[in-house]
Design a protein around this ligand. Structure first.
Ligand SMILES: *Cc1c(COP(=O)(O)O)cnc(C)c1O
Length: 220
């Protein structure tokens, strides 16, 4: 437990320092503790240390873990950071406070319908395939304007843009590009930066950083 609190404090300090360097306020950056693959016993110490916002990448795993944790910690919020299949849209709308992986017209349709049915609007980040990688989630940069339009037409609150830059290369140009695309579309949110690069992301305008292993250790 002390360990979790120490790691949390360290990450928060790093975010605050990066914000200071960039002339930003630390309060404008939301830390999402990505708890995927980690059991409730590993998550609870972070909740007790004051962390409120968590990220999961699978609907089923989140359904198994979070109802009980939320009973004990009603202020906790859970964000979906992984890819979403359209047939899980109802479950995702019921469970999550934010969705970071809206990336195609069929999912806009499914989520719009699910939100209508549930009478609940879940803010979504549109995920952009910022490195134009074949296998990766995210819409092509050229498809972004149409997708933003479609999401707005479906009355889905668009919180901003999200990206996962290509692995193993300098992320700076990709973060800068996501920041520019968000600005071009009049969107405030930039969900970018993970354990290895969240400080750089903060300097380049991230509003939400998604940090897993720096808080929880390596995944099993
Ligand atoms: C797993 C994951 C993270 C966290 O990754 P770490 O490197 O462990 O910080 C962030 N974003 C997404 C989309 C993820 O799948």
């Amino acid at each position: 437990m002390e360990n979790a609190a120490t790691k949390l404090e360290q990450v928060r300090e790093n975010i605050a320092r990066a914000a200071r360097i960039a002339g930003r306020k630390a309060a404008d950056i939301t830390l999402i503790a990505v708890s995927k693959t980690h059991p409730p016993e590993a998550i609870e110490p972070l909740l007790i240390a004051g962390q409120r916002i968590f990220g999961e990448n699978r609907v089923q795993e989140a359904q198994a873990k979070w109802p009980q944790l939320r009973e004990r910690h009603p202020a906790a919020q859970v964000h979906l950071v992984g890819q979403l299949q359209s047939n899980k849209a109802d479950d995702a709308v019921a469970l999550f406070d934010f969705i970071h992986s809206l990336d195609r017209p069929s999912l806009v349709a499914a989520l719009g319908k699910a939100m209508d049915k549930a009478g609940k609007r879940v803010p979504c980040f549109i995920q952009v395939d910022i490195g134009e990688e074949e296998q990766k989630g995210g819409c092509a940069i050229g498809d972004l304007p149409a997708l933003v339009e479609q999401a707005r037409a479906a009355d889905i609150p668009v919180a901003g843009l999200m990206c996962v830059p290509p692995a193993g290369i300098e992320p700076t140009p990709f973060f800068a590009l996501l920041d520019k695309l968000a600005r071009d579309h009049g969107l405030d949110g930039r969900s970018m930066g993970m354990s290895s690069d969240y400080e750089i992301a903060v300097q380049l305008g991230a509003t939400h950083v998604r940090v897993g292993s720096a808080l929880f250790g390596n995944r099993h």
